[in-house]
Write a protein that binds this ligand. Structure first.
Ligand code: BDR
Ligand code: CA
Length: 320
């Protein structure tokens, strides 16, 4: 089977970093580029973290294109649970690798225009506020023809929000961008909090991952340990939901996920409910569905898959 061409749009971010590390050792995926955006950290932080994670994972070959440094219309909003540097205060060596000159929107336009021409359409893995994707779509709507699908982490349907009562961070941070993406007609697989809260990484998983992940184990252990939200009343145990790595897991093993199609709307008017994602489960709108929303996840299957992938670093020696 030929590798699936993907672009990873992200805001590392602890869980973004784990998603990147998982993708790096998955030969089923051909990573054409990484496009950091402002999100969990201001852009300089997410860009630096992406470069550092590429080096940690031995994938300095992947181009990193700097994205938008703020949301389309709203004031910047940054992450709460990623420490002062976005990587749980884990200090990695300053990156030797540099970001590309070409910005993320131009890279998306060039790559997806080419993909539309060749028919080798690209899957966009979206782990962050959707600003980069929305800007590229607004500049060149025809790039939609070069996108196989968007697999995104974001939103909250039957689950309450994690940043406000109603809203999940990635959508709240740029609700107008999310509206543009959901209105684009591009096939979307939506991994919202409804899905990610089904996969809780508990301390025993962290210990197991650390024991098996070879040369990245120390950093991985630190990232994952910082991720422990210690909210057993919310998650049913110690630990935390993994969020972004589920996008990569869906690409590698979609059989671990159940979906339901629905029309999704994004609230952009009410301050109380800003960024809320609303699924039209019973077709009250009369509009065609625009997303496959993940409703159920095989959590042990996903955790086992991630463990298997990250353990591949054990066989890769110490060289980057
Ligand atoms: C999302 O918000 C960010 O803080 C995480 O990286 C993830 O993408 C979860 O709501
Ligand atoms: Ca993220």
């Amino acid at each position: 089977m030929p590798a699936t061409p993907i672009i990873i749009d992200c805001d590392p971010g602890i869980d973004d970093a784990i998603a990147l590390l998982t993708a790096f050792v998955s030969p089923e995926l051909d990573i054409l580029g990484i496009t950091p955006v402002a999100g969990n950290q201001p852009l300089p932080g997410t860009l630096r973290n992406a470069l550092q994670i590429c080096e940690l994972g031995g994938r300095s070959d992947i181009p990193v294109h700097p994205g938008c440094d703020r949301p389309l219309l709203r004031a910047p909003l940054h992450g709460q649970f990623h420490g002062r540097n976005g990587l749980g205060n884990t200090e990695l060596p300053p990156p030797a690798k540099s970001a590309e000159e070409t910005g993320a929107a131009q890279f998306l336009i060039d790559t997806l225009t080419h993909a539309a021409g060749t028919g080798r359409r690209v899957t966009l893995c979206c782990l962050a506020p959707l600003t980069n994707i929305a800007v590229a779509l607004r500049i060149r709507p025809a790039i939609a023809a070069g996108i196989a699908r968007i697999v995104m982490m974001g939103g909250a349907y039957r689950e309450p929000g994690n940043r406000t009562m109603t809203s999940e961070f990635n959508v709240l941070a740029d609700p107008h961008a999310a509206h543009i993406v959901f209105s684009s007609g591009i096939p979307i697989v939506a991994l919202a909090l409804d899905a990610t809260h089904q996969v809780i990484l508990r301390p025993e998983h962290v210990a197991d991952f650390v024991a098996t992940s070879g040369r990245i184990s120390e950093v991985l252990g630190a990232l994952m340990a910082f991720w422990d939200r210690n909210q057993p009343e919310r998650y049913g145990s110690r630990g935390g939901p993994l969020h972004d790595p589920l996008v990569i897991a869906w690409l590698l093993a979609p059989e671990l996920f159940e979906t339901r199609r629905a029309r999704v709307f994004v609230e952009t008017a009410s301050e109380l409910c800003m960024g809320q994602t609303i699924a039209d489960w019973y077709n009250k709108s009369g509009l065609e569905p625009n997303a496959d929303i993940v409703t159920r996840v095989d959590a042990p299957g996903v955790i086992g898959l991630l463990r298997d992938r990250l353990s591949r670093y054990a066989a890769r020696g110490t060289a980057a």
